[in-house]
Design a protein around this ligand. Sequence first.
Ligand code: ADP
Ligand code: MG
Length: 958
Amino acid sequence: MIRQAKGKTPRRPPPKKPSNNQKDPVGVYCRARPLGEEDEECCIEVISNTTIQLHAPDGLKANRNGEFKETQYSFKKVFGIKTTQMELFEDVAKPLVEDLIHCKNGLLFTYGVTGSGKTYTMTGSPGQGGLLPRSLDMIFNSISPYQAKRYVFKPDDKNGMEVQNQVDALLDRQKRESQTSVPKTPTTRRFDPEFADMISPEEACKASGVDEDSSYSVFVSYIEIYNNYIYDLLEETPFDPIKPKPPQSKILREDQNHNMYVAGCTEVEVKSTEEAFEVFWRGQKKRRIANTQLNRESSRSHSVFIIKLAQAPLDADGDNVLQDKSQVNVSQLCLVDLAGSERTSRTRAEGSRLREAGNINQSLMTLRTCIEVLRENQMCGTNKMVPYRDSKVTHLFKNYFDGEGKVRMVVCVNPKADDYEETLLVMRFAEMTQEVEVARPVDRPICGFAAGRRQRNQAFKEELTRRLEDRGGPVDGDSPTVLNQLLQSFPPLPPCEISGPNDNVTLPRLIEALEKRHKVRQMMVEEYNKTANMLKSVLQEQDSNLLSKENFIQEQRGRLGEKDKMIQNQKNEIDRLEKKSKMLEYKIDILQKTTNIYEEDKRSLQQELESREQRLQREMSEKRRMESRMQGIVTDAKLKWEKECERRVNAKQLEMQNKLWVKDEKLKQLKAIVTEGKTENQQPKRPSREKDKVPAKRSASPSPVPSPYNGSQSSLSSLEPIYYFSQTIRPDPHFPRPGSVSVASCISEWEQGVPYSRRQGSQSPPDSRKRAQGLPDSLRRRRGRCWAREVPVQPAETGPPVRPLHRRSHSAGGERWVDHKPTTNVDLDTVLQPNIPNAIKVNAPNEKALSKCDKYVLTHQEVASDGEIQTKLIKGEVFKTRGGGQAVQFTDIETLKQENPLAASRKRRSSETGPDGEPMEGNWTDVETRCSVALEMRAGSNLGPGYQHHGYPKRRKP
Ligand code: ADP
Ligand code: MG
């Protein structure tokens, strides 16, 4: 409970302190105590003098599924079990004592689990004095020659320090002595450890650079914080054995410098280590008694031993303490033995003790929170409120963290397994504490007097004493005084007893003696005056010297001020630069991160690029392969065509030769007739008749197919459809046709739009012609359609009419077809429809369909130049490409032409009436031609499905 807030005086601005921007982190040291005799498992290991490692004990490992855990913690220094108290003191507390003597504050606390050695570290045991007795010893070793007389420094009630003059101090001393007239009982003293038991004299140490021109006084206070109440352990309350008064708790106040202090706390002025230690022990005893009486556990309380050092400069003479309160400097060193940091459950506290334990933990929790918030504020530049006021411990030490001072912590650890988990928490807290920074205390301003005053004063006093001693020896064993010496230097007085009224001797003798004395006195006065004058002149001289020196000092001080200013400026500059460098570091950090991201991006892009390049390479090589394959195909086709052309040329030549031969024959016959007629009229008729029979026979023979082109013969309507059926291709010795018809050649023929056989038909020799006969009437009645499959037709002998039989599609076997019919196609009402069983019908070819089939057929319609609808069946084979796709290689085209019979007959007629005047032959030839261009689809042909309109061709006998 903080009650002081009510009565607090209005906040004054803090006194101007020299600005200080330097900060030091909290110094955290770790000390491991030896394992107890009953403990077996050791959980810690000192790895180096700054690092300690914690091993999870075996039992714990098993609990955590055998998870092996080792953690390392680093501190400013780690002290192993062999570290002596002296070594620890040298490293940890000595610098704090040095600081104390140089007017700087310090805070040292021990932290750890109960039994980890906090009290051992702080207090120690006989022969093993801890940090506290050693600190006291060092302080007194350093300042004892310069101590002020008791009560010269007098604490006020507001955490300040006053100076008294010698007389007031003497009066106070006398008063105090009369009050505490009761001597200390020697019996109690016997059991208390004395300071001499704690530290051996050879371990004594001393601070350096102690200001000899100051006077010092040490004050100690000892408080205990239990259950968030502060108790004064040095308060002297009259002890009532019948009804012992419970100890009164104290409150915290803030002084005018905003430092926290325990209001009304006893501050005992101590003049020696022994005395100080005795006071400490008195407090310790009181604590123990209170704990026993109130059934408290000492490990649950925090004890704070405060050493205050007051110092003030000597006056100009170097004789007395300067009577100026503003020149008094007070620094303090707090030695805190914190309560055990373990959780409540561990101590098995029950009932009221649980509450206590809870509070104790609460105050340590607050300490933890404060440290965390401080750290966060310092590291992140935030300005969060640090909850110092939440507990007395943190509130009391608030100034160390938000003001200035040096803070050190000794973390004590017990290596035993039972403590492992608690120790882990302690370590984490300790490591975090190291990250908090505390403003470094500044140096005390120099007082205005010349240095070495004390020494000069002492030297003067010694000199005076010596001189006085030289003047005469001691009288009656008394110490020589100036008066005695003077008296001795006068001539002795004669007896002054007057024997009678007529005694004329005594008085004149006395007069004479007195005159002599007067003379001596006069001489002495003269001498004294002379000496005084001399001394005066010397003093004047000294004064002027002093003045000039003071001037010099003033001058130097001015310069120093300038230098100070310069230093300050430089410091500011350094600060600015530091901030800037921090900013830049931060920026660099960000840039580094950005760079990393970019580099990552770059790497991934490069990878992608590489993969794409590889793909490109693959595709290129694929393309090259395709190219070479296509080139191969092209050269193949070219070669084939060249051969084909050659063959056709040869055929043409043969044909022409045949024609020539026929004509020659005719000519010969004609010649023979002519010549025979001239010579012999009857005899040669026979051959001519026989010859004439041919055309007659030709004309007499019934036209096998009613042809629209043959108007005279056709009894059918001009609109009647005509069917041409193909015949099997036969090798013919008279007809040099290409051996086997290649699809490519057919395509080429169709592309030219001129039926091969039609062109050729008219040119075929007359004996090779053949007429198709016996066409069923039903078929004849159909509308005119011409299936133009450019397959050279073998001339067939006149014979029985070809039986139109439907051809069985080869695809009925294992082949699977993709039947591609674009939606733009017009439905034709013809029976000549491609019938592909088991085909996948598509409007547009797709990968899926293609992948399932090995054959492909496209039904393509177009309007030919003569207005006919031309339907093409373009066939091909489906190949799998390397890239996993499908390719169609076209192998065959079938064409169905739906034509206007009128137009066709008209056309034909005009062509019939040729200038040669042989219409019958032309007509006949045309029918032949028509037949020959009919489509051929042999069973077993690999050309696939076609329009099923084939009849078996008439076979010629070999
Ligand atoms: P805490 O104050 O942390 O509860 P103590 O200081 O009372 O623990 O130590 C418990 C016991 O361990 C004491 O008997 C003490 O003498 C012993 N001890 C602690 N630290 C050390 C050490 N570094 N060397 C030897 N003994 C130690
Ligand atoms: Mg203890």
